[in-house]
Structure formats: C-alpha cells, structure tokens
Design a protein around this ligand. Structure first.
Ligand code: ZN
Length: 136
C-alpha cells in the first residue's frame, strides 16, 4: 500500500523546535499499515526535520550551537533578497526529511527519540509536512 498525508504546523517563534512524533504516529494509526516505512518531508526551505532526544537542555544546546555555527548576520548574499539567509543555511545542514521504519503499526524509533519539525524563520502559519507511507 502507498499513502499520502499532510501535517500542518503553526509556529510561534523565529526558532522553534516542535515535537511532531504523536501527530506522525496518529497519521500511521489511520492507515491500517502494519509494517513499512514513512517519510516525513518539510516543504519549506527555512525549516527542517530531524530525529533526536526531546530533553529541554539538549534542545537549548542545539539552538545555541546552530547560532554559533551560523550567526544571524554575516554579510550573507541572500539577505539582500529576503533577509533570512541564516534560516536557509541552518536548513541546509539539518535537512528536510527523515524516513522511519514502521513495525507492528508503530514508529520504530528508539526510546529516547522523537521526531522534530524545526522552524527556522517563524512565526509562520500553515507550514506543511508531507507524509509518504509505504507498507502493508
Ligand atoms: Zn529566503
């Protein structure tokens, strides 16, 4: 079976890490798929999708390190277009999608893993995450 679905996200800050694990699992719940794979893809070049641990201190560390590596103002050429080069550059490094196995109707992530949508140029309404599920 091959299925498509969407998750819509509204962000409230310029940088925001949003745990979408429960939303992704409930999309799988509606499909009847027992085993397969799901791809979670953000359709925006100033956002990202990543898997990691949802621990408050770690998420703050991640935000700080991203700012250290890619400061917001650095004479970026793209800033002459729409002043959000740092958001795009962070997205280049993190990536736009993750693929995760589905085992017995559940996301086969580790105990300490969550799926995050990372807003890099918010706040925005109607950020779209496309889900593609293949399985049986
Ligand atoms: Zn831009």
């Amino acid at each position: 079976m091959f299925l498509k679905d969407k998750i819509k996200i509204n962000s409230s800050k310029r940088f925001e890490i949003i745990d979408i694990t429960a939303k992704v699992q409930s999309a799988i719940d509606g499909t009847g798929i027992n085993n397969g794979i799901i791809n979670i893809f953000s359709k925006h070049s100033t956002s990202a999708i990543i898997v990691n641990e949802n621990e408050k201190g770690l998420l703050l560390d991640f935000e700080r390190i991203l700012k250290d590596i890619i400061p917001s103002n650095n004479s970026y050429k793209h800033d002459t277009v729409d002043n959000n080069a740092d958001s795009h550059l962070k997205s280049f490094f993190i990536g736009s999608n993750e693929s995760i196995p589905i085992n017995n109707k559940k996301l086969a992530i580790g105990t300490w893993q969550s799926i995050f949508f990372i807003e890099l140029d918010g706040p925005r309404n109607n950020r779209t995450i496309e889900l593609t599920i293949i399985g049986d």
